[in-house]
Structures are given as structure tokens and as C-alpha cells.
Design a protein around this ligand. Structure first.
Ligand SMILES: O=C(O)C(=O)C[C@]1(C(=O)O)C=C[C@@H](O)C=C1
Length: 125
């Protein structure tokens, strides 16, 4: 790819019509891979493509953080209820099931991700 990243051609300044409708109700960049004409990005300004994809990534990151906080609150609820009824804060069998599920979805990095999630979720009660 020899395209110079700082060069913007006039014909590429306006988004493709399908892009506007495809992203009208979603954050910029979200859902791009399932758009009807995914290869149209090849004749867009590369900087615009990257900026748009990064906006989608940033929106997803914010959503993931929101979901992690939601998970932390639910986890705390489980732990508090268990401890209030004579149980322990940690349930290793359940943690193993969580780790197995994440590994099944994402392979070994999924295990690492799940361990980080569990670290965030336990020990806050
Ligand atoms: O599911 C539970 O029993 C929880 O307490 C939640 C959770 C989790 O965050 O997934 C947290 C601590 C336990 O050790 C196991 C799992």
C-alpha cells in the first residue's frame, strides 16, 4: 500500500451514501464489517477510514468499561448475599467455570482477560 496518509482526494471527502445510513443510529465505525459493501473503504481517504474506525473503537471501549462496572456490581451483590448467609466471599468452582467459558470463546488470552475481570470483581465486599 503506497497511499500517502496525508493526501486527501476531493472525491473522497464526502462519505458514501450507504455509510451515512448504515451508521445513522450507531456510533461511528460500529457495524462496518457487516455493511453491504465492506470493500468500499478501499477508495476512501485512509486517514478518514482510520479516524472513523478509531471512533468506533473508542465507543466500544467506553461500552466495555460500562459493562465491566455493571459486572462488578452484580458480582458484589452475589458475594454480599453469600457472605450474609454464612458463605465465603470466593467460590472457586464458579471462578473455574467463568475461566473455562472465556477460554472457550477467546483461547488462552480469554483466560487472562477473565482473570483480570475476576480480580476486579472480587475482594470489594
Ligand atoms: O458467581 C459468584 O458466585 C460470584 O461471587 C461472582 C464471581 C465473579 O465475579 O464471577 C466473583 C467471586 C467468586 O469467587 C466467583 C465468581
Amino acid at each position: 500500500m503506497t497511499t500517502h496518509l496525508t493526501t486527501q482526494r476531493a472525491s473522497q471527502a464526502t462519505p458514501h451514501p450507504t455509510e451515512r445510513s448504515a451508521t445513522a443510529s450507531a456510533p461511528a465505525g460500529v457495524g462496518k464489517l457487516t455493511d453491504p459493501a465492506p470493500d468500499r473503504t478501499t477508495d476512501q481517504d485512509p486517514e478518514a477510514v482510520i479516524a472513523e474506525a478509531r471512533a468506533g473503537i473508542d465507543a466500544l471501549d467506553a461500552e466495555i468499561v460500562r459493562l465491566v462496572r455493571e459486572r462488578m456490581a452484580l458480582s458484589e451483590r452475589v458475594q454480599r448475599t453469600r457472605m450474609a448467609n454464612g458463605g465465603r466471599r470466593i467460590n472457586l468452582a464458579r471462578e473455574n467455570a467463568v475461566l473455562r467459558r472465556w477460554r472457550g470463546e477467546l483461547g488462552e488470552p480469554g483466560t487472562t482477560l477473565a482473570m483480570t475481570l475476576l480480580e476486579l470483581c472480587r475482594g470489594r465486599v
